[in-house]
Design a protein around this ligand. Sequence first.
Ligand SMILES: [Zn+2]
Length: 824
Amino acid sequence: MPNLKDPMLYSLFFAAVAVPVFGPKTDIQPVPFTQVHMHDGFWEKRIKLNHDVTIWHEIQMCEETGRIDNFRAAAGVPGFKHEGYLFNDSDVYKVIEAAAYILATEEDAKLEAKMDEWIELIAKAQEGDGYLQSQVSASRHTDKPMERWADNAGEHELYNVGHFYEAAVAYRQATGKTKILDAALKNADLICATYNLKGRRHAPGHEEIEIGLVKLSQLTGERKYLDEAKYFLDERGSKEGRKETFGEYSQDHQPVLEQDHAVGHSVRAAYLYCGMIDVGTNRGDARYIEATKRIWEDVVRSKIYLTGGIGSSGSNEGFAKEYELPNLTGYSETCASIANVLWNERLFQATGDGKYIDVLERSLYNGVLSGYGADGKSFFYPNPLQSVNGATRSPWFACACCPPNVARLLPKVPELMYATDSEGIYVNLYAASDAEMTVKGQKVSLHQGGNTPTGDLSYIDVHLEKPTEFTVRIRVPGWARNQPMPGNLYTTVVPQTANYDVRVENQRVKSELKDGYLIIPRVWQDGDQIYVRLPQRPFWVKSNPKLKDNEGLVALQIGPFVYCAEMSTAQGESLEDQRDYPPLLSRYLVDLKVPEEDPLKGWGLAPGLDTNLFEGLPTPWLKCMYAARKLDGSIEGRAASPISDHAGNSISFIPYFAWANRGRKEMSVWIPTAPEKAFPLRADTIASMSPMTVSEGSQGTASIKDQLVPKSSLDQSLGNQHWWPKKGTKEWVEFMLVDNCEVSSVKVYWFDDTGVGECRVPESWRVLVKVDGEWKPVEDAGAFGVARDGFNVVNFNKVRASGLRIEVQMQKGWSTGIHEVVIE
Ligand SMILES: [Zn+2]
């Protein structure tokens, strides 16, 4: 084999294995990451961080959490036993794959030695016939041997080896070493001999092996691995010969060629769609590609966040129903955004359509990067679009799929920049970089300068030996031409003029856009310059009305970056500070009248205060209103904020990817535009103005004066004051009345969770007032009602008092609680 560490040879080798082995496909090829060198600040910094910090952090985590010792246990090394999840092997494989991509571009003897050490262990752990799964293999050395492939739905034996194959191919290409590849091929041969129409019938519960098998096939030219990948695809949705099927969760509800909706676990789904395109392109079978194109339409129509995240539901880590995209509980796993990038990259290569790069770019700059902390060693698993209490990224997870997925994506980001086909070059992403490629047999170098992706200007110098005719396709992103996302799930609030400017040798390119590209056919001369200006002005995005969670809300975007507002969280619900209870941010609303006239009017467009964190991107602030409840119950917008701990009546926006890097803060991507869509401040009532205490040994809560009326006594969605687990005792809540005011009535809405818990309406209650420092019962009071599902009103003789106490005698053996109190 050639020395694959030589970039040019690597490129030739890569190109040789990447061209279709069997049958036609589009001839679009990415320019390999080894041929694209970033010097843009944004990606260059992250690729370096990944090498300097992330990969070593993840190596340490794998070793500290037993993931490497699991292979020792599998090899029968005395003193080691398997621990953790069965799919933990995949984290190790992904780290090896990430390390391979790093080693393909940079010498690092220490990293290579560490990987060689791991690979040695993996090879030792492998069983004689090629089988490898550390937990099952380790069990051979105990008195409880496990059965192989016993549970294809729940376990991840076929998933793990998919990552094994990807790691093996990457490491072989990066280092020229064959040990891990030999092991992977031996395993793949076993899988091919085991799983087939005459052997075991199954679709893997978690897709991934299909991608790995196609890579093995491309590297070796062995068709059987490609056929095996197709076999696994075709088993999906088939009941024939199978003991069980796994339903929508594993996209096993329907044959893949008939699928047209995104369902189930979103990482499984997107890996499946990648595998379908890999098989379709390598076999020249367009049906597989067409099916994923239909599914993609379903996703952009109704199942993707503005951040490019997919899989909104935590319960299945996956897709929910159409237009079901909650912000606070949005799952949007980091891995799902990465898988979405991989899927859209393939869709672009299969079609040449820039709309797929639009989605790829959105996922990459927002959904993926949100999952990666600025320190390079902390990660989010879910990436919600709203957080009331703030969040902190974690160094690792028990199920640690996301961190090594980030590590293996980052070194390959340069590969997303450019592509070539028989006609010429595609420029897909903008960031300063040097790239080398071959076009029409000519070696062409592109030198991209400018300030993208955080600014709006790119200039691309074309270098080549002799004048050559080819086309350059310049992608004009959707965000630069009034289309935040393909489809109509998200649209601009105020239509934006598409005022991008593309020039060649200072001549404006006036061609029509085709599939998102300006096509420039030309006899290119050495030194020709392409100038691309894609204005990065802030614009508001709104959602399709069918997306109910975003009704009346808008989000800010600048260039490819989705923004969020981030604000210090309130100091909790201390009884001393009950006027300011969280959530603070959701009380604010933007007054769109100002931006409608001029998107920049009212804006402070200061560059990011923390240039390292915000990459010099603007962190705009905007004057806002806040919502307040009036005494009649209606909600109005008020201009000035009474909340003092941050810039008065403005809120500032930061790029979403950078949230939660400055401590725990309240965050929201979507901001209300109408008072009734915001969480209102309470109206000034006697109860809301009066500091409150509760009987000793109890937790007080301001929710009894939050002016939110429950649907019933049982309704637990709004919070309540209860005394559980105390039972049968006498308890009280007390209001320190402001300004010795006059009171003449009290309304109480009791909390009673009959059928669910141990709270019941009280046996009896009374109201006392504090007059001249003495507590006494109110006079001439009516009945003290204990009805459920509504207010119980007590009127009494008007009295000027400094305090009011509601004293509650609980029923014997039962506790009680209060939803809401109104004092008049
Ligand atoms: Zn993950």
